[in-house]
Write a protein that binds this ligand. Structure first.
Ligand code: SF4
Ligand code: SF4
Length: 221
């Protein structure tokens, strides 16, 4: 089916709304476009589609429009929209489902730096069970190849003790890693990842042993 948009007639994907509803756990179909989410959203000014327009795109099966939007990446996850929605829709969860579908389908994110930040954050959490800011910045800079971007901000954070050089590892960080790296259904085997997992397991075991010897349970949470 085709619908009229600002870009002319666009093909719709009727299964897309159901997919977004299933993955987000939100009743996407019940949005009645009151616009209260958009009116309260603190980042709507920077988005190419207002939050209510993202909802409409998802609802109408306008897959390319929804997945190609900057809005799904610029959502700050503040849940203001959820607290205002008369239909009890948590639009933040809808946005997160859309970003996940976007990455899974190998589409280019409209905000690549934000996508890189998400991946870098999860990389760091998978190493230590919590984010290690210094490592996170390193991974992000390597990934985006923007080594000097926001250097002044980084220096200010370091001055205020917000960029600790040494990481703190939580107990059983490997459980978090397993959770984050659980392969999607039907995903192909990744031999390189298996080797990395094995190496990390060895490092984990060595760190656990070192903690025991040094009696460093206190450093871990
Ligand atoms: S506040 Fe809820 S019902 Fe209103 S437009 Fe936003 S998502 Fe739809
Ligand atoms: S959760 Fe996202 S879409 Fe909702 S108000 Fe906050 S920034 Fe806007």
């Amino acid at each position: 089916m085709k619908v009229m948009t600002n870009e002319g007639y666009v093909e719709t994907d009727p299964a897309f709304a159901k997919q977004v509803a299933a993955e987000s756990g939100q009743p996407v179909e019940s949005c009645y476009q009151c616009g209260k989410c958009t009116a309260g959203c603190p980042t709507a000014f920077a988005m190419d589609l207002a939050p209510s327009q993202v909802m409409r795109a998802a609802q109408a099966g306008l897959k390319d429009l929804a997945l190609g939007s900057s809005s799904i990446w610029l959502c700050a996850g503040c849940s203001t929209c959820a607290s205002r929605c008369p239909r009890d829709i948590d639009l933040c969860r809808v946005n997160k489902a859309l970003t996940a579908i976007c990455l899974r389908e190998g589409r280019k994110p409209k905000e690549p730096d934000t996508a890189a930040f998400h991946k870098s954050f999860l990389d760091s959490v998978s190493h230590w069970g919590r984010a290690h800011e210094f490592e996170l910045v390193g991974i992000l800079k390597t990934r985006t190849r923007k080594m000097f971007k926001d250097l002044d901000l980084g220096l200010a954070l370091a001055q205020h003790g917000k960029l600790s050089v040494l990481p703190e590892r939580i107990k059983d960080a490997r459980k978090i890693r397993r959770l984050l790296r659980r392969p999607a259904k039907g995903a192909r085997a990744r031999p390189v990842r298996d080797v990395v997992d094995l190496a990390e397991k060895v490092v984990d075991t060595a760190l656990d042993a070192a903690d025991k010897v040094l009696g460093k349970g206190g450093k871990r949470q």
